[in-house]
Write a protein that binds this ligand. Structure first.
Ligand SMILES: Nc1ncnc2c1ncn2[C@@H]1O[C@H](COP(=O)(O)OP(=O)(O)OP(=O)(O)O)[C@@H](O)[C@H]1O
Ligand code: NI
Length: 348
């Protein structure tokens, strides 16, 4: 392990779900690295496989019907084949995970302090008194006033935003290196979303956290991310430095995602929740996963899966689209020929 090795490396990750109607390839070959200290944002519409990617990284896929394969390494150590005990130790101590829809993650019958102290003593062999002091520190860290009093309150006495702050405090209890936060504000009132995002960003800076953040909000991407991974139908279709991806999105899907964001006046991010793309019939099994929706699709898009090619010659900005790489005419095509050969790819 050298300093330049990624803290987290995800390579050709698959999560296939066995259902009554056959196998759903909900995550279908996702690769990206997260370097120590950076913030990587995972974006993509609802159902594209973001949560399942996070669950697979942390070994928390809850169902035996989900088959996870590929490689996930943390500091060079393979997690997918790690034993349950080893995994629990890495997950508990080094990687913290803020779940999507965690509103009910706090137990209503225990005080906030009990739950925080439990998280602290689970990770560190400290006395109850020390744990209580650390719990007060942590509540203060996440921006709760009168933390000592709050320890004896029950979760229902807190607002949604305060509960999310407590969950962040619990996630920090182990002093993790990597925080995976899956849409940490989607359940919150819009007026407090940015405060929670600011808190996460401040904590990241203060505590040298590495952050993998799932978000629908492109404003969050623009202000927090160092690098972006764009998912579509279980595939990572584009990845790269945030400026490059935002200014010159290379994949036609990313372009349409960003256009829909701009179309909404940039208020709510690329939120296409109501338009969940079915993983069954409409996503082609061969070739490019986006070709049926793609205005630039040509016959070649039906062939092999498109390789991850550099966009405009930028080595670490890549898109899984045949219009990149050596195709010198890529920009011209993507900019000017939106209806190219439309229709030839719709049968397979
Ligand atoms: N346990 C499961 N059984 C069956 N299908 C599942 C299961 N978990 C996830 N899926 C399916 O896998 C796909 C990916 O789901 P996932 O929750 O990862 O999407 P997401 O990108 O996180 O979406 P959102 O933005 O709505 O949170 C979806 O089509 C979902 O219906
Ligand atoms: Ni999700």
């Amino acid at each position: 392990m050298t300093d330049t090795d990624p803290l987290l490396s995800v390579d050709d990750l698959h999560a296939h779900i066995a259902t009554a109607d056959g196998t759903v390839r909900a995550v279908d070959g996702v690769s990206f690295d997260v370097q120590r200290g950076e913030t990587v944002c995972l974006v993509g519409e609802s159902g594209s496989g973001k949560t399942l990617t996070c669950d697979s990284i942390t070994g928390l896929v809850s169902s035996s019907q989900v088959d996870v394969s590929g490689s996930v390494t943390f500091e060079g150590e393979e997690l997918l084949s790690a034993g349950e005990r080893r995994l629990r130790s890495i997950r508990g101590n080094r990687i913290a995970y803020l779940f999507q829809n965690a509103q009910n993650a706090l137990d209503p019958v225990y005080t906030v302090g009990d739950q925080l102290v439990e998280a602290i003593t689970f990770h560190r062999d400290v006395s109850d008194g020390t744990a209580r002091e650390r719990a007060i520190d942590l509540l203060q860290t996440v921006g709760l006033s009168r933390p000592a009093e709050r320890l004896d309150a029950y979760p229902h006495e807190f607002s949604d935003g305060m509960r999310q702050r407590v969950l962040i405090a619990i996630a920090l209890a182990a002093e993790p290196d990597l925080l995976i936060a899956d849409e940490p504000t989607s359940a919150l009132d819009v007026t407090i979303q940015s405060r929670i995002i600011d808190l996460i960003d401040d904590l990241r800076r203060e505590r040298d956290l590495t952050l993998l953040l799932v978000t629908h909000d492109l404003r969050v991407v623009a202000s927090l991310a160092d690098r972006v991974v764009v998912m579509y139908a279980g595939n990572a279709v584009e990845r790269g430095p945030v400026e490059a991806v935002l200014e010159q999105p290379g994949h036609p899907y990313t372009q349409s995602l960003f256009r829909s964001f701009v179309g909404q006046g940039g208020t709510n991010g690329p939120d296409r929740r109501t338009e969940t793309v079915g993983r069954d019939g409409s996503i082609p099994k061969e070739g490019c996963c986006f070709r049926r929706e793609c205005p630039h699709a040509v016959k070649a898009c039906r062939g092999d899966e498109p390789p991850f090619e550099p966009v405009a010659g930028v080595e670490d900005h890549r898109a899984a689209c045949i219009y990149h790489g050596d195709r010198k005419d890529a920009r011209t095509v993507l900019d000017t020929a939106p209806q190219l050969d439309r229709g030839v790819t719709d049968d397979d």
